[in-house]
Design a protein around this ligand. Structure first.
Ligand code: ADP
Ligand code: ADP
Length: 226
């Protein structure tokens, strides 16, 4: 279960630039919210505040009703997906996916179960003993996702995950994210400047402009004008 409550959140950077004004949103359990808007409108700042990578200047952030406004990133039970595509070339797919758990000294049996479960979801079961260099681009992408999934975070955060990919990989990765959303029933916040991406992915879309939330609604509510 993972609900997020963003209450009257402002971000004022040290140089007095106010990037976000009075952001309010209730994210339901299992909901995929897409923040959309032009470059510089405050999407990424909002996401980074939720992740704990940027201080919240005013307002409150609750996760399942618990105030996490001041909580450090590592205590927030969230994963930023695709922030780092880099896989370890000398490790197998299995070792890459297990890495963050191994670092946390988790029980090898638990690690094994989690890696196999993630591999199944991501259709990587037959690739586990390969090295990243033996995989296709799409498979490498899925391994990168797998590294977040094994930690079973409550909330997944995506910052323009498709922007550096070619058209083919973009399509398949978008389908993977939707599949992941369905399979894990995970709460997700997804940032993009691309309206089409927002339309095809979102349960609800939050449109931002110059630091303000302009509109919130389902794709149908926002774009299906009679
Ligand atoms: P978006 O993700 O929608 O492109 P950002 O959240 O990155 O927008 O930026 C929102 C505004 O905040 C912009 O005016 C940007 O220049 C400013 N900004 C972003 N990061 C910083 C920072 N570290 N210091 C000062 N201003 C910043
Ligand atoms: P977590 O899943 O705990 O957020 P990552 O698995 O993404 O962490 O990475 C753990 C650490 O290893 C990070 O500091 C990251 O920058 C670093 N790292 C990840 N991949 C590589 C790589 N291919 N080469 C060097 N460092 C890497």
């Amino acid at each position: 279960m993972a609900t997020l409550s963003l209450q009257h959140i402002d971000k004022i950077y040290d140089n007095n630039v106010q990037a976000v004004f009075d952001f309010n949103l209730e994210v339901k359990d299992g909901e995929l919210i897409v923040l959309v808007g032009p470059s510089g409108c405050g999407k990424s700042t909002t996401l980074r505040m939720v992740a704990g990578l940027e201080d919240i200047s005013n307002g409150k952030l609750l996760l399942d009703g618990k105030d996490i406004t001041q909580a450090p990133a590592k205590d927030r039970d969230m994963a930023m997906v695709f922030q780092n595509y880099a896989l370890y070339g000398h490790m197998t797919v299995y070792e890459n996916m297990a890495f963050s758990l191994t670092m946390r000294n988790e029980d090898p049996n638990v690690i094994h179960k989690k890696v196999l479960a993630a591999a199944e979801i991501l259709n990587l079961t037959t690739q586990l003993n390969k090295k990243p260099s033996q995989l296709s681009g799409g498979q490498r992408q899925r391994v990168a996702m797998g590294r977040s999934i094994v930690r079973t975070p409550k909330v997944f955060l995506f910052d323009e995950p498709l922007s550096n990919l070619d058209a083919k990989l973009r399509g398949s990765t978008r389908r993977e994210i939707l599949l992941l959303h369905k399979r894990l029933k995970a709460t997700m916040l997804y940032v993009t400047h691309d309206q089409t991406e927002a339309l095809t992915l979102a349960d609800r879309i939050v449109c931002m402009s110059m630091g303000h939330v302009q509109q919130v609604g389902t794709p149908l509510e926002l774009y299906d004008t009679p």
